[in-house]
Design a protein around this ligand. Structure first.
Ligand code: PMV
Length: 326
């Protein structure tokens, strides 16, 4: 590894209590705190090389030059890091993820967590986990939650210094499995950066944000005590409250597809039958069915039998973002 090159991997995460809407769009200071779990097995691997010989930044994504919008976003993010490290050097960023193509699972969280770790290491910066989490947040809010390991809470804070994520329990704490039902998605949906800026146009957002401390407290406690029933109830409610805000924004955002709703209804029935599982959806139609590991095979096989489910991926709680040889 040359002095100005480093490689890192990071996992995506699934939010149990969602982040939707910013208090400060530029710094991505969220309207409310959130809680998530890193997803082992799924990862982004990113190499960054800074060089005085480059005239511009370059970005290669999954083996192809990235589109101009993606490059602009990465360049803007690298500007923060260049400012921090007091250098004007440009960088070549090479990033790939192992998520199956066409699943709609491309994750900016894993991408910006890996990029933060690799870019700061390439420039020789030694940062604490908290500092790294704050930097990752500037690229994509939820990326700050992919820096620490396992079960993670992002404290909303009010400024750059106090808005970061930390681990509330290690990956080994609770043997949950995220069974991700990948469903056929019709059209491209609105990305989350644009979505966050619409959150305040919904008359429901103030109520969602005001009640967030109660949901955070319940889910945090349920995780610490490994209490699935309360966990399931609040995780589902939190997902639906976020989607209610999305659906009542101007313009409205509908991420659910008919099959998403069908899966949600089935998951509720399965839980009523005694199978410990619950659903949550991010800004897309795929349904994350969180299960106890003992029921993950049954849940996976039931999900696979629903027409419209293209495939089911499984992910256990994952570790932190890490530097790797590369
Ligand atoms: O970090 P972003 O800007 O991609 O926003 C993530 C938003 C949700 O995935 C919908 C919720 C969350 O907390 O991860």
């Amino acid at each position: 590894m040359s002095a100005f090159k480093a490689t890192a991997i990071a996992h995506p995460n699934i939010a149990f209590i969602k982040y939707w809407g910013n208090r400060d769009e530029n710094l991505r200071i969220p309207a409310n705190g959130s809680i998530s779990m890193n997803l082992a097995g799924l990862f982004t691997r990113t190499s960054v090389t800074f060089s005085p010989e480059l005239n511009t930044d370059a970005l290669v994504l999954n083996g192809k030059p990235a589109d101009p919008a993606a490059l602009r976003r990465v360049s803007r993010f690298l500007d923060f890091i260049r400012g921090f490290a007091k250098t004007g050097w440009h960088a070549e960023v090479v990033s790939e993820n192992n998520f199956p193509i066409g699943t709609g699972l491309a994750s900016s969280a894993a991408a910006f967590a890996a990029l933060s770790q690799a870019a700061t290491a390439a420039l020789g910066l030694t940062l604490t986990e908290q500092e790294l989490s704050r930097i990752a947040r500037l690229g994509s809010g939820s990326a700050c939650r992919s820096i620490p390991e396992g079960f993670v809470e992002w404290q909303a804070g009010t400024c750059h210094e106090d808005s970061f994520a930390f681990s509330i329990a290690p990956a080994t704490h609770w043997d949950l499995v995220d069974c991700i039902a990948v469903v056929s998605s019709g059209h491209k949906s609105t990305g989350s950066t644009e979505g966050h800026s619409l959150a305040n146009t919904s008359p429901l957002q103030p109520a969602r944000v005001a009640d967030a401390p109660r949901r955070l407290e319940k889910v945090r406690r349920a995780i610490l005590e490994r209490e699935f029933a309360t966990f399931a109830e609040v995780v589902e409610q939190d997902s639906t409250i976020m989607h209610a805000v999305m659906m009542t924004s101007t313009p409205p955002l509908f991420y659910w597809q008919p099959v998403s709703l069908e899966i949600m209804q089935k998951v509720s029935q399965w839980r009523a039958e005694g199978i410990p599982c619950c659903y949550t959806l991010d800004a897309g139609p795929n349904v994350h069915v969180i299960s106890m590991s003992s029921s993950a095979p049954e849940v996976t096989s039931r999900l696979n039998s629903i027409p419209g489910v293209k495939q089911v991926l499984q992910a256990t709680p994952g570790g932190p973002a890490q530097l790797v040889e590369g």
